[in-house]
Design a protein around this ligand. Structure first.
Ligand code: ATP
Ligand code: LTN
Length: 347
């Protein structure tokens, strides 16, 4: 049983395909509403990768519960995120899109891999240190073993490449170490994945404190733009964005606020930084902030329309989630069967 069969997705293996596309895996947690930072830094890139690679994308809801979640909200956030990914251009006809909790093999492989992950390695993870400082009342075992689950996500699909932000690089390194360790003991089982770094992936900063990244867990809602924010609210947030007192739109060191706005404007319009500096020469920050706001509203408008449409048809969304989970399960089964056999676990 060597052939991978995936039904109802564009990722279907075809015998006439010239060269095998490399496989990509990535995931995003439904730990809150998606920000424009998540979109520019990650999701827009997922969309671009769909044609060149065989992509497998997931909402990482099992990861999300490492921080206490309200059950109703978690479910809602998961459905909304799934719809928002599709509205943003992630196409279930071209890739496999699914919810992590709907493919039990993630939990199964995660347990096995946790026995190939050392306490010392997990103790060195900066995300664990950060999150346990932020959630001191709930430093649970899942938060500690989070990287074993992430390794399971990636290794289950034999992913060649994993697009991740800087904050996840350490987890990917550990995934590689786990894969090499397992392969060393049991023979070739897992593809050892490489990080996939995009050249000009935007790193969007907080609108109120540009020294920090824009983050959905920031307590101040004015610091971030949500994908579902109304145009009026987006304009207002950009108007109150922190800048500097120079009153000159130019990209330069020490001008983090303006640099952030230039980067956002450039990402939305495709204009270079020089073109943007020319466009706003002699104009004040007020004009520039309005233009940035309008560009973001324009970028988000078609996504918001599609999102609202999708949410009206929960049955259709549910069908897509089921299909995605079936396709993912087929790929995952090959790996988990192999792993159980190698480790000596009866099925
Ligand atoms: P949290 O606030 O809960 O830490 P987050 O908004 O920082 O969440 P994650 O869910 O950790 O986002 O990240 C999802 C993806 O979005 C990751 O690939 C991450 O690198 C990317 N990302 C998150 N914030 C930004 C940002 N401000 N700019 C660019 N990319 C971002
Ligand atoms: N930990 C990641 C989300 C995530 C992920 C993955 C990313 C879960 N599993 C596998 C890449 C590959 C985050 O919080 N951004």
């Amino acid at each position: 049983m060597d052939k991978i069969e995936i039904t109802n997705t564009g990722a279907e293996a075809s015998s006439s395909a010239p060269a095998k596309k490399k496989r990509i895996f990535s995931a995003i947690q439904p730990s809150g509403a998606m920000t424009f930072g998540n979109y520019l830094g990650a999701i827009r890139n997922w969309v671009r990768l769909q044609d060149e690679f065989e992509c497998v994308y997931a909402t990482a809801n099992l990861h999300a519960i490492t921080v206490r979640q309200d059950p109703k909200k978690l479910k809602e956030n998961t459905v909304n995120l799934f719809a928002l990914l599709i509205a943003s251009g992630v196409d279930p006809e071209k890739c496999i899109l699914f919810n992590q909790s709907m493919v039990p093999a993630h939990a199964e492989l995660s347990w096995v891999l946790s026995t190939f992950t050392q306490f010392g390695e997990l103790s060195r993870m900066t995300q664990f240190k950060d999150k346990s400082a932020r959630h001191a009342d709930n430093i649970n075992a899942g938060l500690f073993t989070y990287p074993s689950l992430m390794a399971a996500d990636i290794l289950l699909y034999q992913a060649d490449l994993v697009p991740v932000g800087d904050d996840q690089r350490q987890h990917l390194e550990l995934t590689r170490d786990i894969a090499v360790r397992f392969n060393g003991i049991y023979g070739n089982t897992f593809v050892v994945p490489e990080p996939y770094i995009t050249k000009n992936a935007a790193r969007v900063r907080s609108l109120l404190d540009p020294s920090k990244k824009m983050s959905k867990s920031d307590p101040n809602t004015k610091s971030y733009i949500l994908m579902v924010d109304e145009p009026a609210s987006i304009m207002k947030k950009f108007r109150s964005a922190v800048t500097d007192s120079e009153a000159c739109v130019r990209y330069a060191e020490g001008k983090d606020g303006i640099n952030n706005l230039i980067e956002i404007y450039s990402a939305c319009t495709g204009k270079s930084y020089e073109e943007i500096e020319d466009e706003f020469r002699g104009k004040g920050y007020g004009d520039f902030k309005n233009a940035v706001g309008e560009a973001v509203v324009a970028e988000l408008e078609p996504i918001q329309v599609k999102y609202k449409e999708l949410l009206k048809d929960k049955k259709y969304l549910d069908e897509l989630a089921q299909k995605g989970a079936e396709s993912a399960s087929k790929l995952a089964k090959r790996t988990i069967d192999k792993v159980y056999k190698k480790v000596g676990l009866v099925r």
